[in-house]
Design a protein around this ligand. Structure first.
Ligand SMILES: [Zn+2]
Ligand SMILES: [Zn+2]
Length: 256
């Protein structure tokens, strides 16, 4: 499985300003910056799955829809929990911030199709089996287990301390990679608690919840570091001296 952390900077910054991840080029989880990839790369994306409604995870979705639109019977499919789909329709595709693509899709060739997903109900997207698992964030949020039959990855972001996804990740036989957030430095644990994010110390406690027979061979790929605290967080992550920890790079590609 090929995983790509989509970059979100226009001047080569190492920071991740918005969140989106590509699996085997055709499945995007979150849409923070997919609309800023090359048009060819955007046209390869067939499915977009949204973790939650926060702006850093949906920011480029309207741009993406505009970039890939062609008048034909099929359109890009966007998956999210019902409250996320409702929020997009009320707050984004509302004829004010962006045209109401749902109404336009009924009148013209479709621009977008929304499909509701449910906690712990897997969906098959091409070769990838995707299982949404509820996390613990300030708004309802899914993490995801992505399995192609050879290897599997779990994306745990955005979240504060959580339980359910570790139970399921621990039972995922082919698990090769845990993508885990570490938003704030340890000195801002108070803000991480209020906003339901993790710090390096909290992240380590989360990773310790993984009870997997191959745990020592599983890559821990850190994502979603708040740019304002990038240096502090990365210093704290490196100080943990976890052997398989890797801090993700914008446009970094990871083969598992
Ligand atoms: Zn969030
Ligand atoms: Zn976020």
């Amino acid at each position: 499985m090929r995983i790509k952390v989509i970059g979100s900077s226009v001047d080569g910054s190492r920071c991740q300003f918005a969140a989106s991840y590509l699996f085997n080029d055709y499945l995007a989880i979150d849409a923070g910056s997919i609309g800023f990839m090359s048009v060819a790369a955007q046209k390869r994306v067939k499915h977009i799955v949204l973790s939650h409604s926060h702006l850093d995870h949906i920011a480029s979705l309207p741009i993406f829809v505009d970039n890939v639109y062609e008048p034909r019977p099929e359109s890009v499919v966007v998956y999210g929990m019902p409250s996320v789909i409702a929020s997009l329709q009320a707050n984004l595709f509302n004829d004010l911030v962006w045209p109401d693509v749902v109404r336009l899709s009924q009148e013209e060739s479709p621009f977008i199709e929304f499909v509701a997903i449910e906690n712990l109900r897997p969906i098959q997207l091409g070769d990838l089996l995707l299982t949404p698992v509820a996390l613990d964030h300030v708004v309802p949020t899914f993490g995801f287990i992505v399995d192609d039959g050879v290897s599997a990855a779990v994306l745990v972001s955005d979240t504060g301390p959580t339980e359910l996804i570790w139970e399921h990740a621990s039972r995922t036989a082919r698990l090769k990679c845990v993508m885990l957030e570490s938003a704030f430095p340890d000195s801002m644990t108070w803000l991480a608690e209020k906003t339901k994010h993790l710090t390096p110390a909290l992240m380590q406690l989360e990773f310790d919840k993984l009870e997997h027979p191959a745990r020592h061979d599983i890559k821990l790929l850190v994502v979603h570091i708040k740019p304002a605290y990038y240096e502090e967080v990365t210093a704290e992550l490196n100080a943990l001296k976890l052997p398989n920890l890797q801090i993700s790079e914008p446009n970094g590609e990871y083969e598992i």
